[in-house]
Design a protein around this ligand. Sequence first.
Ligand SMILES: Nc1ncnc2c1ncn2[C@@H]1O[C@H](COP(=O)(O)OP(=O)(O)OP(=O)(O)O)[C@@H](O)[C@H]1O
Ligand SMILES: [Mg+2]
Length: 354
Amino acid sequence: MEDIVLNALKRIREPQSGKDIVSLDMVRGLQIHEGVLSLKIVLQIPPQEAHRAMEREIYQALERIPGVKEVKLHMSTEAGNTPKTRPGNRLAGVKNIVAVASGKGGVGKSTVAVNLAIALAQAGHKVGLLDADIYGPSIPTLMGLKNTPPLVDQNKKKIIPLEKYGIKTISIGYLMRDEDAAIWRGPMVGRMLQQFVEDVDWGELDYLLMDFPPGTGDAQLSLSQIVPISGSVIVTTPQDVALADVIRGVAMFQKVQVPTIGVVENMSFFNCPHCKERSEIFGHGGGKKKAEEMKVPFLGEIPLQQDTRVGSDEGKPIVAMQPDSAIAQVFKTIAENTTRELNLINESRPAVNL
Ligand SMILES: Nc1ncnc2c1ncn2[C@@H]1O[C@H](COP(=O)(O)OP(=O)(O)OP(=O)(O)O)[C@@H](O)[C@H]1O
Ligand SMILES: [Mg+2]
């Protein structure tokens, strides 16, 4: 059995050197017990994006072996252990900060952020949603919380986030009118966001989702420096113009060493409620193809759907209102994929001497 496993592993190459991982002596502690195969993969350098593709390849290769029921893979650097949070995480109670971003505006980031947050909460996680779009906050509308100023805990001197649909949330839009938000300038925005992270009483959270403003300019880049982001979810639509921006989105986060959790294709196709026919209005599948090309995970595809749009406009997110619907199932799958990919990222994060 061990031979079969090693043979399978020999076909997998370390992306930097191009050599196979067995010859490079990266495989350690191989054990097979009652169908459970456990092993460690030791990297010589801190893991890169490509190592996650390699990790997935290893899982796929080993899970295919007859008799293997489960694969337990632990990836680490030579130095050893793997902290769950990024260095400099000022939010002791928050395990993961997830940016929901896109290169292009209007692709449905905020809609995805809200529904993904609710789907994660429905799966039993503790979830927060931070609206990082200071100039055009849409979370208050989507959550049905316009003009609902949060309270301040005078003892702790902290803002208490609003709670609805099982998630905690904060947005500049809860505090002021949209027109007032438009006067904010760059440095003020930075301070505001820092406050949203540090001066809001988030408590214990498994995931804090950040709805990013559209684009990949300096403003977006600086956000990732203000807040210790664990990974990013890039939202796109299937049109070529939006897909071209996926590359920019991924590249922006890579510049600041934020790994990509994966790509979501929104408005992927349309199931006509009357004629039951499926049409692919903007084309379909481009998001998946782009993710494969870029060797980043594909998290799922969301159909264009009227209830989703109406729910967003009325502050009644579809996943909260119709938790048993097909569309809620789509978000549930995306939530599961997000959790899994983020766990892989956290497991492979190198040891940091704080
Ligand atoms: N899957 C979907 N089906 C139908 N309508 C959708 C879907 N996703 C988003 N929309 C609608 O598209 C519009 C834009 O969505 P949203 O505000 O979430 O995009 P955004 O990327 O956050 O925009 P911005 O770049 O302005 O922040 C909204 O009216 C929303 O209701
Ligand atoms: Mg938005």
